[in-house]
Write a protein that binds this ligand. Structure first.
Ligand code: BGC
Length: 272
């Protein structure tokens, strides 16, 4: 049965981690526009998370949204977030593991704290949230709203494959996300749980302000992007929603690069 665009996620509930800014915010709003109920997860700045939830409820869709604070790297906080989601909406159908951060430093100057924080949030956070989601999918059983028992989208990065000097903690975390996602997909596919990644390139958000805020920086960035534009959060929101609809039901264990071609080794266009 073909679903009505903009109502493709009606009846389903989605947790988006790190949903109060940047890519996570756009994904949360996009899920809401397609009628999913949304848990807008955040760890700092409650007002911005409340605002995202408010915007979802104001839109024409029937979606409901609540802001829920949880540090994704803390097991008890993750469990509590899922408990609140179930209390409000009965179950969880979709998890978007978006929360992530950078703590950049030259390798020889990187502190253990900078290393550990990024691994904890970007990688362990995705493990903890996914494990809780899978437990819920399995205990809930089949829902009438989707072919899959449940869906997980991991936000990875082009740096799951492109090495990144000065960012070894971040690139390592995303390399880990790639095999976390693929191993989960291999293990959970037989149970009807669909697991994929979106791997953004340079998307214009606060996390990479240095890369776009001056004309010189933007000019340098364009040398890395064959399609010659910086990405917008809407580029990711649209893919994230589509990926959890039944239109994408046969996509499983895939990492979808949304990067304007950044992974095409553009340095080889005129060299090599
Ligand atoms: C990083 C951005 C960076 C982009 C491309 C992303 O994963 O978070 O800071 O601009 O990769 O290098």
């Amino acid at each position: 049965m073909r679903q009505n665009p903009n109502h493709r996620l009606a009846g389903q509930t989605c947790i988006v981690t790190g949903a109060n800014s940047g890519i996570g915010k756009e994904i949360a709003l996009s899920m809401g526009r397609d009628c999913a109920n949304v848990i807008v997860n955040y760890v700092t700045d409650p007002a911005s998370a409340e605002e995202v939830a408010h915007q979802i409820e104001l839109s024409d869709s029937v979606a409901k949204a609540i802001a829920v604070k949880a540090d994704v790297s803390k097991e008890d906080e993750v469990k509590n977030m899922f408990k609140i989601a179930k209390q409000h909406f009965g179950t969880v159908d979709i998890l978007v593991n978006n929360a992530g951060m950078q703590r950049d430093a030259p390798f020889h100057e990187m502190t253990l704290e900078q290393w550990q924080k990024v691994i904890d949030v970007n990688l362990t956070g995705q493990f903890l949230c996914s494990r809780e989601a899978v437990r819920e999918f399995l205990s809930r059983g089949k829902s009438p709203y989707s072919c899959a028992l449940g869906k997980i989208v991991c936000l990875s990065s082009v740096h799951e494959t492109i090495p990144w000097a000065g960012h070894v903690n971040y690139a390592t975390s995303k390399g880990g996300v790639m095999l976390l996602m693929k191993s989960m997909a291999q293990e959970l596919g037989p149970k009807g749980i669909r697991v994929n990644s979106i791997s953004p390139g340079a998307i214009k958000t606060p996390i990479n302000r240095d890369a776009w805020e001056t004309p010189e920086a933007l000019n340098d960035l364009m040398k890395l992007i064959p399609y010659k534009r910086i990405g917008q959060t809407a580029d990711i929101g649209a893919v994230a929603v589509w990926l959890v609809t039944d239109e994408a039901d046969y996509i499983h264990g895939a990492s979808i690069y949304v990067d304007g071609g950044m992974t095409l080794y553009p340095g080889f266009t005129t060299n090599g």
